[in-house]
Unconditional design. Sequence first.
Length: 543
Amino acid sequence: MSVLFTNCSQGAFEAAVALGDPLLEHAWHIKNTGQKAFATNGGTAGVDLNIAKTWGAGITGRGVKVLISDDGVEDSHQDLTGNYLYGTVSRDYSKAYPYLYNTSEPKTADDNHGTAVAGLVAAVADNGFGSKGVAYGASIVSANFLSDGVTATETTLLDQASGNIDVFNMSWGSKQNTVSVPLAVFQNQLRSGALTLRGGKGAIYVKAAGNFYYVTCAGTSVDCLGNANFDGDNSSPFLILVGALNAKGEAASYSSPGSNVWISSFGGEFGDTDPAMVTTDRSGCNYGFALSNSSGPKFERGANGNIGCSYSVTFNGTSSAAPVLSGVVALLLEANPKLTWRDVKYILAKTAVQISPDATALYTHPLGTPIPVVIYEYPWLTNSAGFKFHNWFGFGRVDVDAAVAYAKKYTSPFGTFIETEFDDNVRAVTRAIPDNSGPGVTDSMTVASSVRIESVQLRLTVSHADISQIAVELTSPSGMKSYLVNMNNSLTNLANYTDNVFLSNAFYQESSAGVWTIKLIDAKAGTTGNLVRWSLRFTGSAN
């Protein structure tokens, strides 16, 4: 029988550790006591998921299926096999179509990622091994989509968003020093799954925002600043895009910011100076992140209770933040199985905790790059519907107990789902963008349709020889502002936006009706260009 701690006292926590999860004491995202997790420094006590009441009420994700879309999961792992859902439900792309098999194992020595991801979602509780997953009662299904031993195709990509699954975890994405073009059929698959799966309530798609806060500038060897909006797949309103926090509750050093980030979860740092995540690793000291010849903490070489190198304390990234959040979603779906995909997003936004509300350092360019007399990034802003938003954190840090309590008494505020089309709101203009000028160029359009906003997408065409210089700001009828693209970014020497799509969540639950204004700022001297055309697309419900 699973032993639960029912409050946040250290004694109860220690009792849970002693009764079956020997590494749980190091799992700072579960209960942060300032522990080091074998790193040099500890975290900040109290900065964690706030999950004790939920587990104490017996909510563990039972009955919820989570697909680990990754490079395969070692289903025989001592801390995973009990929650692995066997049968022809996993996807093994090294075998014949339709790829449905009993398991979906790693195929090469480098396929280590998915096993670590799976442990954060649903490592088995109180079995005498390791730690425990956020939703340690949920069922794991695997897809070895990213394995070095399989060939990714359009068919296998679509498979990452289809099937009889409740929560899809996607800890992957494109490098953010170019603007990738989303595959239309994949975007349509996400839409279809959100609107039809789970008996019409919709699948929940959880995706990593990316680890490209710092990324090599396009065509150079210099570090620049990435943006989650540069990954075209991240522009879908049917995703929950997750940023990463460290053990101090700050934005992790690598976490990609963006107006498309929905929420922040825990991803940790690198496990040397500051704690990474404690999770499952491929069994044995010859494969995985924990190896006999590892240069990391001694734990990674089989010491400090890591017999057989079956666990790691160096896994991190938005690849970690996403499965932690997927586990939270599984808890919500057990607490209230009637929740739709829209409800889950609303509850997470409504109960999120504001992070670093006095983050004044975000006003200037993080790399010290000179810019005109404008700010590089907005601090926390509150929109007219009362939602606080920040490009680094989305709506804030996930709070499990608050979200589950809200889900239990939840009444949906939503009407019938509405999607407008870009063609309904198009401005074709040719306006010069002043070179290295704070005022920039602005243009406005009046939107007649009245949608209570759940997402805003901007489709943009700009002629410019170096689009890395340009910031793109959108202002709603209420005056709420959002940077969809930050100035002096990683797109160095790349020319032109051509109907590229960017998404912002900053206007959540505002009305679409009224005057919308776009502003483009060229923040570096030497190259000029034009705003050519722009259009808007809204999802939501009728006001």
